[in-house]
Design a binder for this molecule. Sequence first.
Ligand code: F6P
Length: 744
Amino acid sequence: MRIIFRFGGIALLVAAIVILAVLPFATSFVEQWSRRDVELRSRLVFNSVRDQVTGLLARNDTQQVAGLFERIASDERVLAIGYCDGQELRFPTANMPKSFSCAEAARSDSESFSTVRNQDHNILVSSFPLNAGGRVGHLVVLHDLSYAEQRGGEARNYLFLALAGVAFGAAALAAMIAALIMRRWLASIRQALESARAGNAQSTVEENIIPLGKEIRDVLQELEASRRTIDAAHTDWSPDTLRAALANELSGSEVIVVSNREPYIHNRTEAGEISLQIPASGLVSALEPVVRACGGTWVAHGSGTADRDTVDANDRVPVPPNHPSYTLRRVWLSDEEQDGYYYGAANEGLWPLCHIAFVRPIFRESDWQLYRSVNEKFAEAIVAEAKREDPIILVQDYHFALLPRMIRDRLPNATIVTFWHIPWPNAETFGICPWREEIIDGLLGSSILGFHTQAHCNNFLDSVDSFVESRIDRERDSVFFGGEETLIRPYPISIEWPPTAMEGQKPVEECRRIVRERLSVSPDMRIGVGIERFDYTKGIIDRMQAIDTLLTEHPEWHGNFSFIQVAAPTRSKLANYRLLQEEAEALARDINERHGGNGYEPIKLLIRHHEPDEVFELFRAADLCIVSSLHDGMNLVAKEFVAARDDEQGVLILSAFAGASRELSEALIVNPYNAHAMGQAINRALTMPEPEQRERMRLMRDQVKERNVYRWAGQMLLSASRLRKQQRIRQLIARGRRRAAANA
Ligand code: F6P
């Protein structure tokens, strides 16, 4: 309704401006027109009496002239008449103004017209030359012009009324047209939303019939795309901007995060004390600062030996322990559940399925049943934690492929954003999974499903296309399945900026000295580092082979280069992981025997968990860092190394098969399967001039700073907010319809 009034108002305003501009012109036009009319009348008077007056003057019949003049002046339009004989006024009629003077009026040899002011109105003085008996005089006819002014005023009033009438008519017409357009517009939006929701072939037909609906959708898509670009390009993402985005876009919303790995693990030490551990997990290091900024609840598996001793009666514990800002809700799993769900289905099945590392996945039906039941258990925990019927739930990773659907069944109004932290394989590879349809169905319970890269999004869409009945909208990158839409989007994960682990770090020179001392390495030894979980996807063996090649092909590095490999034990229950560790230890020994000696160890293998500040100290002490993943969704170690180097020195050697290589293109990009090329890259890194190191590092730091983890979370949450707004529109339309039906 407001928009209709606005249209009418604008039309009225335009009309008022036109009226104000036109009225003065119209008045003066009417006045001029009336004056010309009076001039014409004067001329008529003169022409009709000229001969008679000439004759009477020639005969000097003054009485007849005066009588004739009085008769002419009796016409109500003629004010007065007289004869100017030179400067002398003769035979003036009774109404001749006292102020009239022949000197002013009768000066021309031809007819002339002039206006004089008398009291409060104008008088037109028409003067006509007259030859009477050889003497040239002037017949002067005076007309009162007040009637012309009156006519102008009347014309102005009529015109004003007429234009005002037209203006009101135009305003009413504009309002009617606006009302009509609005109705069509709303109908089109309704159609567009409905067809989008229906998601079947029918909607394609409807789009063609109602082009406006398609246009609206296109515009909305463009808006969304431009907003994504704006978000990406112009926001300096930080905890504050993330909090502001939440407050502006999702105020009053409830955020629940769910992951298998918990951000804080409480363990009982041998001395019986409780120690706190921050796990070696890319997921945790990325997500924890985000949840710290947003608040809310994080639901995760309580895996620590003292976890039960640190929760309240509802299995909740406020974290971070020093400055609590959110709630960790722990879910307990039996050994049997962990074996089937975590070690079995997730890490022997899905992990090798999704990573091209040539480790054969194992699919056990008994594992899958436990995977399903643990997903159910987490769904129940989430429902118990939810205080509203429409929370925003951020589901993390391959441990919870079935969870989005289970939440959707229990909380239909929830906004579920799922992020898959590992690669998604191509459809052919995914097709070997016996649970492929159930996994896709589970994930499509999400409102938004995110991957690190567009390539993984494409692989997922291809898998959906191959294995379930659905409609894929390739332009929108979404899947319509069972009447619901899931958006498939790339959100490259990152790290916090500035990293907490940088707080209290010593200057680079000091870190170099401290680390070399601690590891018993000579002060001028060049150092490379590799830091990760002991996982076969990380290419640890391949990296060692490259070092072997380097030392073989470039013996000048013997005694001058040492590689520190930090590997945190992980999933050690699994044979593949144990074998990897044994193989790595054996290879390190072998290389050290062949190339080392006299206290020189080319490879130092440190198999233990390192806390973030130790990791950053190592990064700062190193000349280069190797990330040689055989396949990796993103890899945050690469980004952390860059973040640690505020001295803008150090070289990153990065696998082309890690998602991070798409963003950190100034690293030395390598194929980890090519030991020779990787050896060359290490040599290149060790001989790279400082200015080149600085230039590369500066660009990478800018990239990591700008595309930090707050941006990652912010973009997902903004997408969730847009979805919720669209959902609200649909609900409003449905409510309006129900009311209309009830009133009908
Ligand atoms: O890469 C997926 C991922 O969840 C990472 O985020 C994390 O580094 C790793 O797996 C954690 O493994 P886990 O929790 O099994 O130790």
